[in-house]
Design a protein around this ligand. Structure first.
Ligand SMILES: Nc1ncnc2c1ncn2[C@@H]1O[C@H](COP(=O)(O)OP(=O)(O)OP(=O)(O)O)[C@@H](O)[C@H]1O
Length: 272
């Protein structure tokens, strides 16, 4: 068990219909840290995240909680009090208001008759405030745009108020402002609320900006895992994405910038 990990995937091998797609992958999510999963399409990022959320049963390996107990040993409700997942897509209920959908996040904290949740109203209000969803509270979710809906689902996860937050491509569909705000929010959740965040991102520069730890998946295997500067190297990325990717490091801030080199990149850079 990694020292202070809240949720740990150990040597996970994952398949669909006997077809292996993730091989012996390990990942540790720690309180107050953001772990970012990157890798090409189909490399197994979502499947690994789903296994951590207990939504994909491993062929071998295990998912452990902070005390070393198997995640499978918990009841569904107890697990949902500790871990939540913003999946890539969810069925959108028809005619249900944004406020009610966000309220679904409180389900694990409620008693059988939706009672006994003194923190519920505060948690929902906070989740709506930080995702900018208050203005749409009374609208039916099936009438929202893709980006609005993404923020509502994120709010639902936040209302669940778990110590572990798993996010699968949370910036998809979002305009630039909300992409930046969600990344800032992820950082704040780790820094100020000590949440352990595991997030799949495609944008390598977003990964560099927000990650404490990066896990690079290549065809279902962990190709590299460590601090951003250790993983986001030209060699690792060029090999995994099969395209030349240069790394520029800002001498003042140390900030890493990943620059994919396409056939027209040189022309573009000199024009700029
Ligand atoms: N429900 C499914 N049934 C069968 N195969 C699946 C299923 N979901 C995913 N796969 C396959 O498993 C492999 C890993 O998929 P996964 O969605 O985990 O990759 P990913 O890295 O998240 O990809 P992307 O970046 O495109 O979202 C892919 O080959 C994919 O085709």
């Amino acid at each position: 068990m990694a020292d202070d990990a809240c949720l740990l995937g150990v040597d996970l091998s994952l398949s669909y219909h006997q077809r292996p797609v993730v091989h012996d992958a390990s990942i540790a999510l720690r309180s107050g840290e953001v772990a970012v999963l990157i890798g090409p399409n189909g490399s197994g990022k979502s499947t690994l995240l789903r296994a951590l959320a207990r939504l994909h049963r491993p062929g071998s390996g295990e998912v452990l909680l902070a005390d070393g107990a198997s995640a499978l040993a918990l009841s569904a409700k107890d697990f949902a009090r500790r871990v939540t997942l913003l999946a890539q897509s969810r069925p959108t209920p028809a005619g249900v208001s944004v406020r009610d959908v966000i309220g679904y996040g409180r389900h694990p904290h409620r008693g059988r008759w939706r009672t006994g949740d003194p923190d519920g109203a505060r948690a929902i209000q906070w989740a709506m405030a930080v995702t900018g969803t208050q203005q749409m509270a009374d609208r039916p979710v099936d009438e929202l745009s893709g980006g609005e809906l993404q923020r509502v689902w994120l709010a639902t996860c936040l209302a669940q108020d778990t110590g572990v937050l798993l996010l699968d491509e949370p910036t998809t569909f979002l305009d630039l402002r909300y992409q930046v705000e969600i990344l800032d929010l992820i950082r704040d959740l780790a820094d100020e609320h000590r949440v352990a965040v595991g997030v799949v991102l495609h944008d390598l520069n977003q990964a560099a900006a927000v990650a404490d730890h990066v896990v690079l998946l290549d065809r279902g295997r962990v190709a590299a895992s460590g601090k951003p500067a250790e993983v986001l190297t030209a060699q690792h990325l060029s090999q995994t994405y099969d395209i030349r990717i240069d790394i520029l490091t800002d001498p003042d801030t140390g900030r890493i910038h990943c620059q994919p080199i396409g056939r027209h990149t040189h022309t573009l850079v000199t024009t700029l």
